[in-house]
Design a protein around this ligand. Sequence first.
Ligand code: OOG
Ligand code: NI
Length: 463
Amino acid sequence: MSHHSWNADELRTKFTHALSDMYRAEVPLYGTLLDIVRHVDRSVLDGQGKDLEELPIRHNIERHGAIRLGTANELRLIKRLFKIFGMYPVGYYDLHVVGFPLHGTAFRPIDQLSLMNNPFRVFATVLRTELVSTEIRSMAEKTLEMRNLFSPRLLEIIQNAEAGKGMTSQDADDLILESLKIFKWHSQSTVAFDEYMTLKEAHPMIADIVCFPSVHINHLTPRTLDIDLVQEEMIKHNMPTKERIEGPPRRKCSILLRQTSFKALEERVRFYSSGQAYVDGTHTARFGEVEQRGAAVTRKGRNLYDQLLSVAMKEAANISLQFPDFEKILSTSFSNFPDDWSELRKQGLVYFHYKVTSKGRQYSQRWLGQRDARVKMEELISLGLVEVNPITYEDFLPFSAAGIFKSNIGNGPAAPEFLVNESNLNGLEKALGCKVRDEFELYQQLQDSSVKECACALGLDDI
Ligand code: OOG
Ligand code: NI
């Protein structure tokens, strides 16, 4: 039998397309949002005299999604599945600090080539049952114990891949098909209506996680070049648009991540009922989101971001605020975050990718070899031998995530009483069966290896 050797990037892209098609069929407004994004991006490029084709390949397909898992076992299986797609757990997100009994990680590609091909990422949270009452915990555990997200065929494909066996085209097709079943929406709940209500009262997130046979993907998010324009268009299209864009304010030099969403749909769901066979109810979980990504910031940059955001939030809490007023407060606070690439680089606030220019390549290695081998990067840049570009932020922001959660599934109890009040990175890693990678280290490695490549191309020992 002929084995096309599928690599992880190809499989991830096949999966991203399939998932996007499925979600488009399930949530038509997501399709409308994709159309708006394409339209906005084209007009932004027109303004710059550029074509869509000039964008990096990744841009056309770039998405992130989110799932909420119930148990450690489900998380472990998801990790094994995503590994086949070249996606690894990066970062720890503790949502209990923003009122949700969840913690999680982001599954995403980590090396430069894979990110260039398709940076598809999934924000995956898992329920922390140790945070909730014993009554709710045992209800949740009892129901989740009976759930099998992974079909026998999918488990077989995963085991074969882990054993290093080749994958036929049929295997690859089945892999995608069987994977989609995990993320599909079901309008039939696995519990009785009163159970659903009890769980929902404890926290709407718990009901969403526990009461369904799959871990329905709750949104898929395209990336845009101008989120402010998309927000305007969403409002024009009468979408139930979130009031404000999460994240940093609009800037010349985009950093991190700005996000907005349309609110979750109220969907019909059938529940079991003791008296009759079924009873009809509704559930809100699935929504649409759009994001604009900017530069990855260093730890120093991140501390500054967190500090400036919290200053703005505190100030906003004092007055009742409309959208434009908050934007003003935010911009004022962020005037303390440099907005010039060379300044951001010199202050070590942002990660950069360094690349030898064509002028640099023309300089003979001998010319450079005659100089002090420790040529300063600044000098190479000012001579036009090396160019610098900010590295894209590939991760998420917990406070923005909280804003997205809140506007979509309801706040839950105003101040939820959790039994435990600390993060549990260890618990998450134990559930995963591996460490989560540190996102800052990954960006640092990307930057360092780009510097090494420059040194190598220019025949320098060190820069
Ligand atoms: C995840 C919300 C977080 C984001 O973009 O920050 C998220 C969820 O609602 O499960 O997707
Ligand atoms: Ni999201």
